[in-house]
Design a protein around this ligand. Sequence first.
Ligand SMILES: [Fe+2]
Ligand SMILES: [Fe+2]
Length: 399
Amino acid sequence: MAGRDLEVDLGDLSFGEGAHLLVDRALRRASAARSIVRVRGTGASWRLDLDAWARAHGHSVTHESEAAIVVATPHGSGVATERAGLARATDPGAVHDAPPLRWGLAARGAQVEANAPEIPFLLASKRMVWADEAARLYAQAVAQQWDPAIAIPWNDPTELPDEVEDAVVSVMTYLVENETAALLVPARFLSQIHPHFREVMQLLAITAADEARHVEVFARRASLRRGGEIGRSTASGQRSLSTLLIEPDFATASFLLSVLGEGTFLDLLWFLRDHAPDPVTAEVVRLAAQDEARHVAFGLAHLSRHASEDSGLHARLAAAVERRHANLGDEGGLDPGVLDALVLLAAGSWEHDAIRRGHAAVVELVRRMDDGRQQRLRRLGFDATEAETLSSLHTRNFM
Ligand SMILES: [Fe+2]
Ligand SMILES: [Fe+2]
């Protein structure tokens, strides 16, 4: 006979009070393919309750005068299970290339019952979403979360000349709508990712939280001195951003948003930090840039990995840039008012020489943005000519 005979004395502990825990524990201790447990009790209905519990778990019971004999079926319920990969992503082979949909919401590494329902996650292959860097970037994001109420010197008394305040408000208004697009894109794909790719799911969730904070601080800076009177939203800006929202594919959406858009935004945020006329503006863009750098890093990491496994990816990414450019035509431009605001912030005054310097600084910013895009494109494996062409087709709206 396999397994060991174990004795369980329930005393007067009833099944309504948790007696099944002791029987179940004894069966698991016996743990062999066919284990037997001898149960005694003094409660009023323990034999009837034991029968009902055992039936529900697929065990059989025979009654003797002194005790009841419970014979366990393997795994209790009799339903077969399989392990959903290994719990830790760092273990070799832990993360499956194509986890079954029936693993669904189960913790990676859990024993999943074979009759679990299939949950139709659309992004269910490692190739489409994974980056080994996701766990590190998620941990970094958690450690670097900042509280807008504490991190930003909102009570700083700096009063700006009206026209400089106008420039800041105009840029902040523009930033809010761009950050809103940057929130909605990862949030949309988040619900499509198979939870087996936990670190990626977590990273997209905290990315959405980062963007929520960016929306908050830019909106708050916009109305800091003007109350509800903030800046303008242009049709061309929204037209450009709306093309990101409808991009159906995770790879092309991440490419357009993170590698091209957020990468370009990093240069913009650093420019604003360097030319900020007040500490609140300087701090909101500095903290947002710190988060954006992670968003760009993840986009580059998962697309590099994806490209290494899918020779057709480069062509699809390039086609996405060309399609977006063709759809926007000349209508995806940056609000000229935002561009003028950047010149004024960099100039710092209305003196001719200052304006000349401010204008040159913005020209230099646009050149640096183009440079950075080309560098990232080359990191993804595009050659120098492709990188130059694709960068030049990127939306004038920056994001
Ligand atoms: Fe952001
Ligand atoms: Fe971002």
